[in-house]
Write a protein that binds this ligand. Structure first.
Ligand SMILES: *[C@@H]1O[C@H](CO)[C@@H](O)[C@H](O)[C@H]1NC(C)=O
Ligand SMILES: *[C@@H]1O[C@H](CO)[C@@H](O)[C@H](O)[C@H]1NC(C)=O
Ligand SMILES: *[C@@H]1O[C@H](CO)[C@@H](O)[C@H](O)[C@H]1NC(C)=O
Ligand SMILES: *[C@@H]1O[C@H](CO)[C@@H](O)[C@H](O)[C@H]1NC(C)=O
Ligand SMILES: *[C@@H]1O[C@H](CO)[C@@H](O)[C@H](O)[C@H]1NC(C)=O
Ligand SMILES: *[C@@H]1O[C@H](CO)[C@@H](O)[C@H](O)[C@H]1NC(C)=O
Ligand SMILES: *[C@@H]1O[C@H](CO)[C@@H](O)[C@H](O)[C@H]1NC(C)=O
Length: 574
């Protein structure tokens, strides 16, 4: 048994690395038209073709990472929603398996919508997902692997007891969806939260169960917030107050654990940090959703319907998110696909315990290839520095700035009520200040007609300094029919004591940026017409009156990840 398993794993590892035999199979899955394939990514997770939205049921089980996702097997637009299923040994290279769940029962005939995986104490993984039934009512259903000895868990069976949960009285049957990963309380009972709303305000309904099949709604929701609208994809998990290690969702503790609740609404993933009592299910948050000062979001750009899981192999919590398109439906039909997943991010609580820090999983670094590196280079006000020697359309860039003469920084009073996104829009990349804009020009055309500017500004307040991070898409594309939003966020750091750093992952039509070593993230989808493939350039720039110094820059070309259908591999594996 062990030998067979090892053999299978070996075959699969080999196939993940060597793509040779699969070329023909891969071609079959390629979209017919190659008109706009310059937007297809090289190292972000994508199915070979068709529509993808939310990540579902991510888990690490028995040596294998599983990612399920909302998928239309029949086309590049939303519809026929099924659970796509892919597996990996490293979160970067993936093999697509057959669809795991398809809408074929009365309780899910209008779609197998989002849900989560939980690994039971017996070791068996199970899935709870939302079905849209014949009346388009939302119901929660259970599925489990057909064969636990199959290392890929390629086939899933729906429970004969489905549906397990129907919308309770007083809840709109079309606002009851996206069960979270379950966790166990001190009474040995399972808990799960489901996204919903009451009086048009978002809430996470809490259910309890002894056997994972019979669920009872608790008297109170886990949390609700009158400042929000309907919540989708709630996620609830413990984080350690000491260090970066992740925690299993069911871990209980008193002084060294806090809990994060994430809810998806208004096109963003918002979260709060608080203290959860697993006896009473009371959840006390530090500051509530939409608090004007904290404004905690996983990402301040395009990032929605995310889901996290605990990776027991590397003791970390990992976050995945859907990054949608901003081109038109006819573009998606031409491309044959729509939707990306973010690079999986490790997440942990920041040193002061009030927010999360995010960083691309370390496995991504295996794709780094040609490198350029330099240190201590002055960037005078009004200058642009070309960074050549790497593939600028498919790259990973880390840059750190240091500043002096802080007294020259522009004054920004009343900073607590300033909306950083509005500030980035008013003081966009083309507006010179004393410290800023300085940063990177990504996916830039040679003549600087197109570029995506990711930059910083430093302001002086009455008693402190503020660092603003912006992603300006106003010049990202010559096309007028795509998103030109300018995104912004303040970084929770003092530039007198901490360096201002930026890491950007560039992958043809996506730029994921991590400011302040992961204190804040901004993801953008961009559709350049000129700055594609070999035409794309990368620059550091400083359009301030003051000079700034690049203390360090490292940039790498990135290899293509192996993300391929199982195709003929099935025969090899069997
Ligand atoms: C599609 O790709 C082929 C082969 O690379 C090329 O010959 C052809 O011109 C391309 N078609 C379009 C419409 O770009
Ligand atoms: C759903 O699938 C059917 C085939 O089963 C197809 O005819 C239809 O166009 C699909 N709908 C979408 C939106 O892709
Ligand atoms: C379960 O999977 C194992 C490993 O792939 C296989 O040997 C076995 O035949 C499968 N059992 C069934 C009933 O399909
Ligand atoms: C929030 O909404 C709930 C449900 O409508 C209501 O019971 C509660 O009083 C509201 N709380 C506040 C502070 O408005
Ligand atoms: C939704 O987000 C937009 C853009 O950030 C913001 O302007 C708007 O006020 C938000 N709406 C609600 C209901 O929070
Ligand atoms: C950039 O800022 C200037 C000055 O505030 C403003 O006139 C211009 O419209 C802004 N550009 C964009 C794209 O918002
Ligand atoms: C830098 O500032 C000049 C005007 O001073 C402006 O023309 C140029 O577009 C700016 N550069 C960037 C990258 O915005």
């Amino acid at each position: 048994m062990d030998n067979i398993y090892s053999f299978l794993v070996l075959c699969l590892c080999y196939l993940l690395i060597c793509d040779g035999v699969e070329v023909a199979a891969f071609k079959n899955h390629e979209p017919i038209s190659n008109v706009s394939q310059s937007y297809r990514t090289a190292y972000h997770f994508q199915p070979s073709k068709n529509w993808m939205n939310d990540p579902n049921g991510p888990m690490y089980y028995n040596g294998v990472y599983h990612l399920f996702y909302q998928y239309n097997p029949y086309g590049p637009l939303w519809g026929n929603i099924s659970w796509g299923h892919s597996i990996s040994y490293d979160l970067i290279n993936w093999v697509h398996l057959d669809v795991a769940l398809v809408p074929n029962e009365p309780y899910d005939i209008n779609g197998c919508w989002s849900g989560s995986a939980t690994i039971l104490p017996s070791g068996e993984p199970v899935i709870l997902y939302t079905g849209s039934d014949t009346n388009k009512h939302q119901l929660q259903n259970l599925a489990f692997p057909k064969n636990l000895s199959d290392p890929l868990l390629s086939e899933w069976i729906k429970s004969s007891q489905n549906p397990l949960l129907s919308p309770p009285e007083g809840i709109d049957p079309s606002s009851f969806r996206d069960p979270s990963t379950a966790w166990m309380g001190t009474d040995g009972q399972w808990r799960v939260v489901i996204g919903s709303e009451i009086d048009h305000h978002g809430m996470a309904i809490l259910y309890k169960s002894k056997d994972f099949r019979h669920w009872t709604r608790t008297a109170n929701p886990l949390h609700l917030s009158n400042k929000t609208i309907m919540w989708e994809c709630p996620d609830f998990y413990p984080v350690s107050v000491n260090g970066k290690d992740g925690l299993d969702t069911s871990v209980q503790g008193k002084n060294d654990i806090r809990h994060v609740l994430k809810a998806s609404f208004n096109n963003s993933d918002h979260y709060v940090v608080g203290n959860y009592d697993p006896k009473t299910d009371q959840y006390e948050v530090d500051t509530d959703f939409m608090d004007s000062k904290a404004r905690l979001q996983y990402d301040y750009g395009r990032f929605y319907a995310s889901k996290s899981f605990y990776d027991g192999k590397n003791k970390r919590r990992i976050l995945w998110s859907w990054i949608d398109e901003d081109d038109s439906e006819s573009d998606d039909i031409k491309k044959g696909w729509s939707g990306l997943q973010s690079i999986p991010r490790s997440i942990w609580l920041s040193g002061n315990g009030d927010r999360l820090v995010q960083w691309p999983v370390k496995e991504l670094e295996k794709l780094r290839t040609q490198k350029v590196h330099f240190e201590n280079k002055e960037l005078k006000g009004g200058s642009v520095l070309e960074i050549s020697g790497i593939t600028a359309s498919q790259a990973d860039v880390e840059i750190t700035f240091s500043l002096s003469n802080f007294n020259e920084a522009e004054l920004l009073l009343n900073t607590e009520v300033v909306d950083p996104q509005i500030l980035c829009t008013q003081k966009n990349a083309s507006v010179s200040g004393s410290f800023g804009p300085f940063g990177l020009l990504l996916l830039a055309s040679k003549d600087m007609i197109e570029y995506t500017a990711v930059f910083f500004r430093v302001f002086r307040g009455a008693n402190d300094f503020r660092v603003l991070m912006c992603t300006d898409q106003s010049r990202s594309s010559l096309r007028s029919d795509v998103d030109k939003t300018i995104y912004g966020v303040f970084l929770d750091l003092d530039p007198r004591h901490a360096k201002i750093s930026l890491r950007s992952l560039i992958d043809h039509s996506i730029v994921e940026s991590f400011g302040g070593e992961g204190l804040a993230c901004i993801t953008a989808r961009v559709y350049p017409k000129l700055a594609i493939k070999e035409q794309a350039q990368l620059y550091a720039f400083n359009n301030s009156t003051q000079s700034v110094s690049i203390s360090s820059l490292s940039a790498w070309s990135m290899k293509k990840a192996q993300i391929v259908p199982i195709g003929k591999r099935r025969k090899l594996i069997k």
